[in-house]
Structure formats: C-alpha cells, structure tokens
Design a protein around this ligand. Sequence first.
Ligand code: FES
Length: 66
Amino acid sequence: MVRRDGDEMVNSVEIKCTKDGPNLVIVDGNVVTAMCRCGASANKPLCDGAHRKHNFKAEEKTIKIV
Ligand code: FES
C-alpha cells in the first residue's frame, strides 16, 4: 500500500501499454489518465488520439508498480 495524500491509500498502480495506443495509468483498477507514447499528441504528455492518424504500432504490455 502507498499513501496517496491524506488518509487515502493506494493498493495497486499499474501502467498498461495498450496495443498500438497510449500508456494507461491504472490506480486501484481505475484508469486515471492516458499518456502518449507515439509522440504525435498535440496535448503531450496526454494522449489525444493522434496515434490512430499516424498508424502507431506497438506491443501490449502491463507493468505493475505497486
Ligand atoms: S499515444 Fe495517443 S496520441 Fe500518442
């Protein structure tokens, strides 16, 4: 467990690298943000969907942080 702020506790944090898409930050099973990994977003560091226009290709992978 990791203390997020105040009394709120985080039990799990993982990064899901989606197939051909962004890195999803998942806290306690909930997607909290989508980070660009294709480099084409006009709203970096967040994904704005531009990876679809640029035909970004990448493998799927999940990294457990906590
Ligand atoms: S991964 Fe979606 S815009 Fe880069």
